[in-house]
Design a protein around this ligand. Structure first.
Ligand SMILES: C[S@@+](CC[C@H](N)C(=O)[O-])C[C@H]1O[C@@H](n2cnc3c(N)ncnc32)[C@H](O)[C@@H]1O
Length: 272
Protein backbone atom coordinates (compact mmCIF):
# COMPACT_ATOMS: atom_id res chain seq x y z
CA UNK A 1 0.00 0.00 0.00
CA UNK A 2 1.06 3.61 -0.59
CA UNK A 3 1.43 6.34 1.94
CA UNK A 4 0.04 9.80 1.25
CA UNK A 5 2.67 12.24 -0.08
CA UNK A 6 1.49 15.35 1.80
CA UNK A 7 1.48 16.24 5.48
CA UNK A 8 -2.04 17.33 6.48
CA UNK A 9 -3.69 18.45 9.71
CA UNK A 10 -6.26 15.85 10.78
CA UNK A 11 -4.79 13.26 8.40
CA UNK A 12 -6.28 9.78 8.89
CA UNK A 13 -3.01 7.82 8.83
CA UNK A 14 -3.83 5.87 12.02
CA UNK A 15 -7.46 5.17 11.17
CA UNK A 16 -6.98 4.33 7.47
CA UNK A 17 -6.92 0.50 7.93
CA UNK A 18 -9.99 0.58 10.13
CA UNK A 19 -11.93 2.78 7.71
CA UNK A 20 -10.72 0.65 4.78
CA UNK A 21 -12.19 -2.42 6.49
CA UNK A 22 -15.59 -0.68 6.58
CA UNK A 23 -15.78 -0.28 2.78
CA UNK A 24 -18.35 -2.77 1.42
CA UNK A 25 -16.97 -5.45 -0.94
CA UNK A 26 -19.35 -4.52 -3.76
CA UNK A 27 -18.31 -0.83 -3.85
CA UNK A 28 -17.82 0.44 -7.37
CA UNK A 29 -16.81 4.04 -6.67
CA UNK A 30 -15.01 5.46 -3.64
CA UNK A 31 -16.07 9.07 -2.92
CA UNK A 32 -14.12 11.36 -0.58
CA UNK A 33 -15.48 14.95 -0.50
CA UNK A 34 -12.96 16.24 2.13
CA UNK A 35 -9.94 14.45 0.74
CA UNK A 36 -7.06 16.48 2.28
CA UNK A 37 -3.92 14.35 1.88
CA UNK A 38 -6.04 11.31 0.95
CA UNK A 39 -4.61 9.02 3.65
CA UNK A 40 -7.57 6.62 3.48
CA UNK A 41 -7.50 6.51 -0.34
CA UNK A 42 -3.74 5.96 -0.66
CA UNK A 43 -3.21 3.63 2.29
CA UNK A 44 -6.00 1.30 1.19
CA UNK A 45 -4.76 1.18 -2.42
CA UNK A 46 -8.13 2.37 -3.76
CA UNK A 47 -9.02 3.36 -7.31
CA UNK A 48 -12.25 4.17 -9.21
CA UNK A 49 -12.74 7.22 -7.08
CA UNK A 50 -14.11 10.74 -6.90
CA UNK A 51 -11.71 12.75 -4.70
CA UNK A 52 -12.66 16.30 -3.92
CA UNK A 53 -11.76 19.20 -1.64
CA UNK A 54 -12.46 22.93 -1.42
CA UNK A 55 -8.72 23.72 -1.49
CA UNK A 56 -7.80 24.65 -5.10
CA UNK A 57 -4.04 24.45 -4.57
CA UNK A 58 -4.39 20.96 -3.08
CA UNK A 59 -6.46 19.60 -5.97
CA UNK A 60 -4.16 21.24 -8.51
CA UNK A 61 -1.23 19.46 -6.82
CA UNK A 62 -2.95 16.08 -7.04
CA UNK A 63 -3.57 16.68 -10.74
CA UNK A 64 0.05 17.69 -11.41
CA UNK A 65 1.35 14.64 -9.49
CA UNK A 66 -0.83 12.50 -11.76
CA UNK A 67 -0.24 14.28 -15.07
CA UNK A 68 3.15 16.02 -14.98
CA UNK A 69 5.26 14.23 -12.39
CA UNK A 70 8.70 14.28 -14.06
CA UNK A 71 8.62 18.05 -14.39
CA UNK A 72 7.36 18.39 -10.82
CA UNK A 73 10.25 16.28 -9.53
CA UNK A 74 12.74 18.42 -11.51
CA UNK A 75 11.30 21.62 -10.05
CA UNK A 76 11.21 20.25 -6.50
CA UNK A 77 14.84 19.10 -6.89
CA UNK A 78 15.76 22.69 -7.76
CA UNK A 79 13.73 23.97 -4.76
CA UNK A 80 15.44 21.55 -2.39
CA UNK A 81 18.87 22.78 -3.57
CA UNK A 82 17.88 26.41 -3.03
CA UNK A 83 15.89 25.84 0.16
CA UNK A 84 16.41 28.31 3.02
CA UNK A 85 14.23 30.72 4.99
CA UNK A 86 14.59 33.50 2.41
CA UNK A 87 13.68 31.19 -0.48
CA UNK A 88 10.68 29.87 1.50
CA UNK A 89 9.21 33.34 1.95
CA UNK A 90 9.90 34.27 -1.68
CA UNK A 91 7.94 31.18 -2.82
CA UNK A 92 5.19 31.54 -0.22
CA UNK A 93 4.69 35.24 -1.00
CA UNK A 94 4.16 34.70 -4.72
CA UNK A 95 0.46 35.03 -3.91
CA UNK A 96 0.94 38.64 -2.72
CA UNK A 97 0.66 39.79 -6.33
CA UNK A 98 -2.61 38.56 -7.87
CA UNK A 99 -1.47 39.01 -11.45
CA UNK A 100 1.87 37.30 -10.95
CA UNK A 101 0.17 34.42 -9.12
CA UNK A 102 -2.40 34.02 -11.87
CA UNK A 103 0.43 33.74 -14.39
CA UNK A 104 2.04 30.75 -12.61
CA UNK A 105 1.65 27.44 -14.39
CA UNK A 106 -0.15 24.56 -12.68
CA UNK A 107 3.27 22.93 -12.32
CA UNK A 108 4.74 25.96 -10.52
CA UNK A 109 1.69 26.19 -8.22
CA UNK A 110 2.01 22.52 -7.32
CA UNK A 111 5.72 22.83 -6.56
CA UNK A 112 5.00 25.89 -4.41
CA UNK A 113 2.25 24.02 -2.54
CA UNK A 114 4.45 20.99 -1.88
CA UNK A 115 7.34 23.17 -0.79
CA UNK A 116 5.15 25.06 1.71
CA UNK A 117 3.70 21.72 2.87
CA UNK A 118 7.18 20.42 3.81
CA UNK A 119 8.96 23.56 4.92
CA UNK A 120 6.13 25.45 6.64
CA UNK A 121 4.62 24.40 9.96
CA UNK A 122 3.14 20.88 10.03
CA UNK A 123 1.65 20.72 6.59
CA UNK A 124 -0.67 23.64 7.23
CA UNK A 125 -1.91 25.61 4.24
CA UNK A 126 -3.61 28.46 6.01
CA UNK A 127 -4.51 31.69 4.26
CA UNK A 128 -5.60 35.10 5.51
CA UNK A 129 -8.84 36.78 4.45
CA UNK A 130 -7.20 38.01 1.27
CA UNK A 131 -6.41 34.38 0.36
CA UNK A 132 -2.66 34.80 0.99
CA UNK A 133 -0.77 31.93 2.59
CA UNK A 134 0.49 32.96 6.04
CA UNK A 135 2.23 29.79 7.27
CA UNK A 136 5.63 30.51 8.83
CA UNK A 137 8.91 28.83 7.91
CA UNK A 138 9.65 25.82 10.11
CA UNK A 139 13.32 26.01 11.11
CA UNK A 140 13.18 22.55 12.69
CA UNK A 141 11.79 20.66 9.69
CA UNK A 142 14.61 18.48 8.39
CA UNK A 143 12.61 15.83 6.51
CA UNK A 144 13.26 15.38 2.79
CA UNK A 145 11.28 17.76 0.62
CA UNK A 146 9.85 14.91 -1.44
CA UNK A 147 10.23 11.19 -2.02
CA UNK A 148 10.36 10.51 -5.76
CA UNK A 149 9.44 6.82 -5.56
CA UNK A 150 6.45 7.50 -3.30
CA UNK A 151 5.31 10.26 -5.68
CA UNK A 152 5.56 7.80 -8.60
CA UNK A 153 3.41 5.24 -6.77
CA UNK A 154 0.83 7.90 -5.85
CA UNK A 155 0.84 9.20 -9.43
CA UNK A 156 0.03 5.71 -10.74
CA UNK A 157 -2.75 5.26 -8.20
CA UNK A 158 -4.28 8.61 -9.15
CA UNK A 159 -4.26 7.50 -12.77
CA UNK A 160 -6.65 4.59 -12.18
CA UNK A 161 -10.08 6.05 -12.87
CA UNK A 162 -9.81 8.81 -10.33
CA UNK A 163 -11.73 12.07 -10.79
CA UNK A 164 -10.10 15.00 -8.99
CA UNK A 165 -12.47 17.88 -8.34
CA UNK A 166 -12.25 21.13 -6.47
CA UNK A 167 -15.70 21.72 -5.07
CA UNK A 168 -17.80 22.13 -1.99
CA UNK A 169 -18.80 18.97 -0.09
CA UNK A 170 -22.49 19.51 -0.93
CA UNK A 171 -21.86 19.11 -4.66
CA UNK A 172 -19.44 16.24 -4.17
CA UNK A 173 -21.83 14.24 -1.98
CA UNK A 174 -24.70 14.80 -4.41
CA UNK A 175 -22.48 13.38 -7.17
CA UNK A 176 -21.97 10.05 -5.37
CA UNK A 177 -23.22 7.41 -7.83
CA UNK A 178 -25.20 4.25 -7.03
CA UNK A 179 -22.98 1.54 -5.53
CA UNK A 180 -20.52 4.07 -4.20
CA UNK A 181 -19.08 4.31 -0.70
CA UNK A 182 -18.58 7.80 0.77
CA UNK A 183 -15.94 8.60 3.39
CA UNK A 184 -16.48 11.97 5.08
CA UNK A 185 -13.76 13.68 7.10
CA UNK A 186 -14.97 17.27 7.62
CA UNK A 187 -13.36 19.90 9.82
CA UNK A 188 -14.43 18.62 13.25
CA UNK A 189 -17.05 19.99 15.63
CA UNK A 190 -14.90 21.60 18.38
CA UNK A 191 -14.45 19.68 21.63
CA UNK A 192 -15.48 22.54 23.88
CA UNK A 193 -17.39 25.80 23.67
CA UNK A 194 -14.12 27.71 24.16
CA UNK A 195 -12.61 26.19 20.99
CA UNK A 196 -13.81 27.72 17.78
CA UNK A 197 -14.97 25.62 14.85
CA UNK A 198 -11.94 24.56 12.79
CA UNK A 199 -11.51 26.71 9.70
CA UNK A 200 -9.78 25.28 6.64
CA UNK A 201 -9.69 27.64 3.69
CA UNK A 202 -11.78 29.20 2.36
CA UNK A 203 -14.83 29.92 4.42
CA UNK A 204 -15.80 28.39 7.72
CA UNK A 205 -17.22 25.09 8.76
CA UNK A 206 -19.68 25.75 11.55
CA UNK A 207 -22.85 24.27 12.99
CA UNK A 208 -24.81 25.24 9.88
CA UNK A 209 -22.48 23.18 7.67
CA UNK A 210 -22.49 20.25 10.11
CA UNK A 211 -26.30 20.23 10.09
CA UNK A 212 -26.31 20.36 6.29
CA UNK A 213 -23.79 17.50 6.25
CA UNK A 214 -26.04 15.43 8.49
CA UNK A 215 -28.95 16.08 6.11
CA UNK A 216 -26.82 14.93 3.19
CA UNK A 217 -25.95 11.75 5.14
CA UNK A 218 -29.67 11.13 5.56
CA UNK A 219 -30.03 11.58 1.80
CA UNK A 220 -27.20 9.09 1.11
CA UNK A 221 -28.83 6.64 3.49
CA UNK A 222 -32.18 7.11 1.72
CA UNK A 223 -30.43 6.31 -1.59
CA UNK A 224 -28.95 3.12 -0.11
CA UNK A 225 -25.38 4.48 -0.27
CA UNK A 226 -23.07 3.45 2.57
CA UNK A 227 -21.00 6.15 4.27
CA UNK A 228 -18.57 6.53 7.16
CA UNK A 229 -17.88 9.87 8.78
CA UNK A 230 -15.10 10.84 11.22
CA UNK A 231 -15.83 13.53 13.75
CA UNK A 232 -15.16 14.57 17.34
CA UNK A 233 -16.86 12.71 20.17
CA UNK A 234 -19.13 15.56 21.24
CA UNK A 235 -22.72 16.00 22.27
CA UNK A 236 -23.46 17.99 19.12
CA UNK A 237 -22.22 15.16 16.91
CA UNK A 238 -24.02 12.46 18.92
CA UNK A 239 -27.26 14.48 18.74
CA UNK A 240 -26.95 15.13 15.01
CA UNK A 241 -26.30 11.45 14.23
CA UNK A 242 -28.65 9.78 16.71
CA UNK A 243 -30.07 6.79 14.83
CA UNK A 244 -26.83 6.01 12.98
CA UNK A 245 -24.12 3.64 14.23
CA UNK A 246 -21.55 5.55 16.29
CA UNK A 247 -18.27 3.84 17.28
CA UNK A 248 -15.62 5.52 19.42
CA UNK A 249 -11.93 5.40 18.50
CA UNK A 250 -8.89 6.58 20.47
CA UNK A 251 -6.36 8.48 18.39
CA UNK A 252 -3.06 10.27 18.97
CA UNK A 253 -2.97 13.92 17.95
CA UNK A 254 -0.24 16.54 17.99
CA UNK A 255 -0.51 19.09 20.80
CA UNK A 256 0.23 21.99 18.47
CA UNK A 257 1.79 22.80 15.14
CA UNK A 258 4.89 24.10 16.92
CA UNK A 259 5.66 21.24 19.31
CA UNK A 260 6.45 17.55 18.94
CA UNK A 261 4.25 16.44 21.89
CA UNK A 262 1.17 14.25 21.43
CA UNK A 263 -2.01 13.52 23.37
CA UNK A 264 -4.75 10.91 23.12
CA UNK A 265 -8.25 11.98 22.16
CA UNK A 266 -11.50 10.18 21.47
CA UNK A 267 -13.20 10.51 18.10
CA UNK A 268 -16.18 8.83 16.49
CA UNK A 269 -16.81 6.88 13.32
CA UNK A 270 -20.41 7.31 12.22
CA UNK A 271 -21.84 4.87 9.70
CA UNK A 272 -25.14 3.61 8.26
C1 LIG B 1 -9.84 16.83 8.37
S1 LIG B 1 -9.31 17.39 6.79
C2 LIG B 1 -9.36 15.91 5.87
C3 LIG B 1 -8.12 15.10 6.13
C4 LIG B 1 -8.01 13.86 5.26
N1 LIG B 1 -8.97 12.85 5.64
C5 LIG B 1 -6.61 13.28 5.33
O1 LIG B 1 -6.43 12.10 5.66
O2 LIG B 1 -5.67 14.03 5.08
C6 LIG B 1 -10.70 18.30 6.22
C7 LIG B 1 -10.61 18.76 4.76
O3 LIG B 1 -11.85 19.39 4.45
C8 LIG B 1 -11.60 20.41 3.48
N2 LIG B 1 -12.76 21.31 3.50
C9 LIG B 1 -13.08 22.29 4.41
N3 LIG B 1 -14.25 22.87 4.10
C10 LIG B 1 -14.71 22.24 3.00
C11 LIG B 1 -15.89 22.37 2.20
N4 LIG B 1 -16.80 23.30 2.48
N5 LIG B 1 -16.06 21.54 1.15
C12 LIG B 1 -15.12 20.61 0.82
N6 LIG B 1 -13.96 20.45 1.54
C13 LIG B 1 -13.77 21.25 2.60
C14 LIG B 1 -10.29 21.02 3.94
O4 LIG B 1 -9.65 21.69 2.87
C15 LIG B 1 -9.54 19.78 4.45
O5 LIG B 1 -8.68 19.28 3.46
Amino acid sequence: MNKQFLLWPGSKTQLAPRIGAMIPQNTQTYVEPFVGSGAVFFRNGLNNALLSDINTELINTFRVVRDDLDNLIDLLTEYSQRSCQEFYYAIRNLDRDDQAFASLSNLERAARFMYINRRGYCGLYRTNRAGQCNVSYNHNEKRELFNASLLRQCSKQLDQDVQLECMDYVRAIKRAPENSFVYLDPPYVPLSASESFVGYQPGEFGLKQHTELRNLCLELDGRGIKFVQSNSDTEIVRDLYAGFTIETVDVRRKISARTRGQYMTREVLISN
